[in-house]
Design a binder for this molecule. Structure first.
Ligand code: PHE
Length: 341
């Protein structure tokens, strides 16, 4: 019996020593001290021992049991600490490592320039008007005095949804919409927006691009008012040294019409490769609102006059940032976009 107790003690001691996980220690506890454990069985067998030996053996068993309990407790505590240390080691955070910098987005170059242009005209008393990208043939062409056989109405140039509905080819339908809505009140608006043309993509063409339209309708508006506002605009956007020049042109909805050039922003008019030696860069189309357009918008051309202008946002942004391919704007390559702040 004594040998049995000692051998159990030794067995348990080795097991405890070799345990690497607290689960194993729990198994040891159950196997030896549990209800069906070896010691319990041993204690149950005390009945078969002679009366004088019984207290001695009993004390031995109890002592062995107590020792195992104590050893187990200590081993459990040791292992738990080791496991915790291990976990800490694994989850250690090195606070001295450099942080990962989150990438901060930047505004798209078109947005940057659109905002600048909007700010200039807001400062001149214009408000911002918007219209739908898909509009009627009436607003896009008829109300703007386009003849039925005008080439812009050809399905080769314009994307039609059906006979009467189309993807607007310019922002000018917003002129028509605003006059229909505002008459007989004066109008002083700009309208930025996306427009569509049936063009194949190449460095200078895209089926979608952006325009900013301007329209002013009031009493006593003169052509010189248009020239004045455009000169202020050109100086504010391109620099105080800039001059503008008007060349006769044609648009169905303005009469007279003028193409507006700004003195080259690189050579300031001397002539360079950018302006192809001319000293001038073409930036927008403009003119006095055609009487037919005023009439269709609900204004009496005897009482009201006005001016309108329209510019390509991509073209102007290309000039300012010296970008030479319209496709960069829509490819959304971050290496390109990151350069504009
Ligand atoms: N809508 C014209 C275009 O797309 C631009 C323009 C607008 C010209 C307003 C004159 C007045 O080319």
């Amino acid at each position: 019996m004594q040998d049995q107790i000692n051998s159990i003690k030794e067995k348990v001691a080795t097991l405890i020593k070799n345990a690497v996980h607290s689960k194993e220690l729990e198994e040891i506890r159950i196997n030896f001290l549990g209800k069906k454990g070896e010691f319990t069985t041993l204690l149950k067998s005390l009945g078969s021992i002679s009366a004088e030996m019984r207290p001695k053996i009993g004390a031995m068993v109890n002592e062995a049991k107590a020792k195992i309990e104590k050893d187990l407790e200590k081993a459990v505590a040791d292992l738990k600490r080791k496991e915790l240390d291990l976990q800490f080691e694994k989850e250690k955070i090195d606070v001295t490592l450099p942080g990962r910098k989150p990438q901060i987005g930047t505004a798209h170059p078109l947005t940057i320039i659109q905002n600048e242009i909007e700010d200039i005209f807001l400062g001149l008393g214009f408000s911002i008007e918007e219209g739908p990208e898909i509009d009627t043939d009436f607003n896009t062409f008829q109300a703007l005095n386009f003849q039925d056989d005008h080439p812009a109405r050809d399905a080769q140039d314009t994307l039609y949804v059906n006979k009467d509905i189309l993807f607007r080819t310019h922002t000018s339908p917003v002129q028509a919409r605003t006059m229909q809505k505002m008459h007989p009140e004066p109008v002083r608006i700009i309208c930025p927006g996306r427009v569509f043309r049936r063009d194949a993509i190449d460095p200078t063409h895209s089926p979608q691009f952006h325009q900013i339209e301007g329209l002013l309708v009031d009493r006593d508006v003169k052509f010189s008012d248009l020239m004045g506002i455009l000169e202020i605009f050109a100086k504010k956007l391109f620099g105080n040294d800039r001059k503008i020049r008007l060349r006769p042109s044609f648009f169905p909805f303005t009469e007279p019409s003028a193409e507006v050039d700004v003195s080259c922003i690189f050579c300031n008019g001397k002539g360079c490769s950018f302006c192809k030696g001319s000293g001038w860069l073409e930036v927008l189309g403009s003119g006095a609102v055609h009487p037919n357009v005023l009439r269709m918008g609900g204004y009496d051309p005897e009482e009201f006059t006005g001016y309108a202008f329209g510019m390509g946002l991509e073209r102007i942004t290309e000039l300012i940032y010296q970008i030479n391919d319209i496709r960069y704007f829509f490819e959304n390559d971050v290496r390109f976009l990151k350069q504009f702040k």
